[in-house]
Ligand binder design. Structure first.
Ligand code: XMP
Ligand code: MG
Length: 184
């Protein structure tokens, strides 16, 4: 267990990624994006809310002029019926046509959310389009996606929390990634 354990870490059964490793990995991703996007018109589009922590560390590791914007995708369900249709809500999104866009997401699980967001962005004709995910679960995807070019960590197919990832809206502020006790 992390030496800096606080109250939230008592709920964690297993730490998957320590804070120091997150910091190091995000610096690496930032360096890679800095090289890849020199001279480009970079717009980072972050899916709320889970990717906010990742975005805020990532942008500070990129040594280039850039902009960021936020997008909300809500999965609607009526009563006990499963998902009807995701709704995209735009949040301070400028026209992305002709921009070099990186979609930023917290975690890639089934791929449904990213597939929907990717299709939505692609329809707006960006000049280029890549995806960055903080975590990717090792599993079969149920939706076809453009594979993320930038992946922070590959995690097992378990429910994980921390660093933006929540359980019932809690644990997003945990500075590490772990598996909760008594979940699943
Ligand atoms: P899909 O299945 O669409 O899932 O790829 C992506 C969205 O589902 C949420 N998600 C998780 N959230 N821990 C979380 O806190 C997890 O292990 C997890 N798996 C999926 C997340 O909101 C993500 O945007
Ligand atoms: Mg999410």
């Amino acid at each position: 267990m992390n030496k800096k354990s606080g109250i939230l870490t008592y709920d964690i059964e297993k730490v998957l990624v320590e804070e120091k490793d997150i910091i190091k990995r995000i610096k690496d991703l930032g360096r890679q994006i800095t090289e890849d996007y020199a001279g480009k018109d970079l717009l980072m589009v972050s899916l709320l809310k889970g990717s906010v922590i990742f975005l805020s560390d990532l942008v500070r590791s990129i040594d280039l002029p850039l902009e960021f914007a936020f997008l909300t995708i809500t999965n609607y369900s009526r009563g006990t019926k499963p998902l009807i249709r995701p709704k995209v809500g735009e949040r301070s999104l400028d026209d992305i046509e002709g921009r070099d866009v990186i979609l930023v997401e917290d975690i890639l699980d089934t791929g449904n959310t990213i597939a929907y967001a990717q299709q939505w962005i692609a329809r707006k004709n960006p000049a280029s389009f890549e995806t960055a995910v903080f975590c990717s679960k090792k599993k079969q995807r149920s939706s076809e996606i453009r594979e993320p070019k930038y992946v922070g960590f590959t995690v097992p197919d378990r429910f994980v929390v921390g660093y933006g990832l929540d359980y019932a809206e809690k644990y997003r502020n945990l500075p590490l990634v772990g598996i909760l006790r008594d979940v699943q």
